[in-house]
Design a protein around this ligand. Sequence first.
Ligand SMILES: [Zn+2]
Length: 291
Amino acid sequence: MRIFDPHIHMTSRTTDDYERMAAAGVRALVEPAFWLGQPRTNAGSFTDYFDALTGWEPFRASQFGIRHHCAIALNPKEANDPRCREVLGVLPRYLAMDGVVAVGEVGYDSMTPEEDEVFAAQLQLAVEHGLPVLVHTPHRDKQRGTRRTLDVLRESGIEPGRVVVDHLNEVTVGLVADSGCWMGFSIYPDTKMSPDRMAAVLRAYGPDRMLVNSAADWGRSDPLLTRSTGQAMLAAGFTDDDVDRVLWRNPVEFYGQSGRLEIAGTEAGAASGANVPAPVFAGNSIARGGS
Ligand SMILES: [Zn+2]
C-alpha cells in the first residue's frame, strides 16, 4: 500500500514517527502551515516556521525516503491577531518556492470579519500563483462554517477543482460534493472521522475528489490512520486499486496541479508490490542538524 498523506503536521511529530510512517507505506506528504499552539507575536516568527517547512522538514523526511512538500499561509486563528497581519506581505516569496504545492491552511476558525478578509486575500494569492488551496473548516458550528466557506470560494472565482475543503464529516460532505471542490477528511483516534466511518463515506460518495489525511499534530492523533483507512476500505470490500486511488493517485492529482510535485522514484517499489526501500539514514545527521 503506497500512501500520500495530503495533510499532516510533521513539525509536531518525532523522527520516530517518520520511521513508522515509512514502514507503513507513506512515501509522500504535504504539511500545511498552521497554528502552533503558542500564539506568535510577529511576522519573523512565521518566516522561521515557513523556512522550517521548506528546509528542515523536507530534510528530516528525506532520511526515511519520504517526499515532503508544504502549503504556506496565514492560518485562520492567527488571522485575528493584528500583529500577524504583516505575514500576508511575505507569502508571495514562499509561494514561488519549489516545495510549496498549495496555499493553506486557510479558511475559518471563529468566522470573524478579520478571518473573512485574510481568507479572501489568500484565495487571490492562490489564483495569482496558480496554486491549489487547502481550506480548513471550523470544528465548532461546522455546517454553517462549511456553507460560508463555499460561498466565499464561489465569490473568489477560484476554480473548484483546485480547492480541497478539509475536515469534513457525514454532515458536511454532501455540501462539498455538490460544489465541485475536493473533499478532505481527517481521520483521528477519537474525534472527527474514524477509518470505518471513512470507508462508509467512500461507499456512499465514491472515490472521486476524495482525500484522506491523518492531520497528525500536537493533539491526540496518529500518523498511521491513513493506512488504517486503507485497511478498513479493503475490509469493506473495496479493491486494492480503489485504495491506491484514494491514498495515492488522488493526492497526486490534486497537488499535481501546482506543477511542483516531486514524487519520481517513490512509485516504482509500490507498482511491483515491493516493500518500502530501506531508509537512507545518514548516521546521526538528524542529531547533528539539530544542534
Ligand atoms: Zn491541519
